[in-house]
Design a protein. Structure first.
Length: 327
């Protein structure tokens, strides 16, 4: 069985559906946290259930909290692989409430690791983040780059990642940490820049870029994240490693807004708003280590990924757009 914590969320939901489609038995642990509208999570669960109905794999949802050590221990005991995605994501939320983020992201990870220490689990894969790097000394970031996070969220991810490494070293728990770089795609959290820009352009409103828009990001399409994780079902080559998983197609936020605007409503202008606290200035992934160790290669650039997202958005506009507008 594969345990996906946070499997009702954006990334975990895609992982769960893809594993089920590949014939695997998947258990999702998720507390359906109302951080953003739970309607998205219900639909995410439905997609994975549908995959189980159509294929050979099975799907079970356990509604519970990753901070519940006994529950986590019970589930991990039966898991061949654990993909630990459950977290309080979002830099801005962490600026407002650092303790809550620490509680979920660090304590939750310790529960998973303690449980894996006492079980025959083959691998714990931890969803880390480019937020661990913080202020760049050089770009693109390779995994040797200093880690000086600039938000409580980044601090929590780095602390959890260090526990992941130490449990690997001290207790022989096979672990891999994947540092994701800004992930987007169908059913993404509605409060992200891409969903917001798409929604505004769809409604003939100019996208609003925070600050001057010179901040750069490696926007990574969800399909590439799923491919990277799926490789870890097949190989132990990455055990003990920390790997960047990004797109390498680095764009600034203003360019992102222009790509989306040009695709949907080319006559619109771009507006600028106040810069948000805790936002990293630049992120840019060097993925050569993931290429060497896993054969990982990103397949989507910003134009192709955004194009796929806009197609999905149009088909799902009726229910998704109100969530974006109210977030
Ligand atoms: P998400 O918020 O959509 O998914 C997280 C899921 O975890 C949610 O379904 C939520 O209900 C669940 N959860 C939260 N607290 C929980 C708890 N206490 N117990 C059980 N479940 C809980 O976020 P996402 O974008 O899918 O991110 C998934 C993982 O990837 C997170 O660990 C995040 O830190 C990491 N990550 C995401 C990105 C990104 O751009 N989306 C980038 C880097 C890292």
């Amino acid at each position: 069985m594969i345990l996906v914590t946070g499997g009702a969320g954006f990334i975990g939901g895609h992982l769960a559906a893809s594993f089920v489609s590949a014939g695997r038995d998947v258990v999702v642990l998720d507390n359906l946290d109302p951080f953003y509208d739970t309607d998205i999570k219900r639909r995410t669960i439905d997609v994975a259930r549908q995959a189980a109905d159509n294929g050979d794999g099975s799907y079970e949802l356990v509604e519970g909290d990753v901070r519940d050590a006994d529950l986590v221990a019970d589930l991990v005991a039966d898991a061949q692989f654990v993909f630990h995605q459950a977290a309080q994501a979002g830099v801005r939320t962490s600026v407002k409430n650092p303790r809550r983020v620490d509680d979920i992201n660090v304590e939750g990870t310790l529960n998973v690791l303690d449980a894996a220490r006492d079980s025959p689990t083959e691998r714990v894969v931890f969803a880390s983040s480019s937020s661990v790097y913080g202020k760049p000394s050089y770009l693109p970031y390779d995994e040797e780059h200093p880690t000086t996070p600039v938000s409580p969220y980044g601090v929590s991810k780095l602390a959890a990642e260090n526990y992941v490494r130490v449990y690997g070293d001290l207790y022989d728990v096979p672990t891999v940490a994947l540092r994701y770089f800004t992930v987007y795609g169908p059913r993404m959290r509605p409060n992200m820049a891409i969903s917001n820009f798409v929604s505004r352009c769809m409604n003939d409103e100019p996208p609003v870029v925070y600050g001057d828009g010179s901040q750069t990001r490696d926007f990574t399409y969800i399909a590439d994240i799923v491919r990277a994780n799926a490789k870890l079902l097949e190989t132990d080559a990455a055990d003990g490693e920390v790997l960047n998983i990004g797109s390498t197609d680095n764009v600034d936020i203003r360019t992102l807004a222009e790509v989306i605007r040009d695709e949907i409503a080319p006559d619109l202008s771009i507006e600028h708003g106040e810069r948000q606290a805790g936002d990293a200035e630049h992120t840019h992934a060097d993925v050569s280590k993931a290429g060497d160790v896993l054969g990982y290669e990103p397949t989507e650039d910003i134009r192709s990924g955004v194009g796929e997202f806009i197609d999905w958005y149009r088909k799902n506009r009726e229910w998704y757009e109100p969530l974006v507008r109210s977030s």
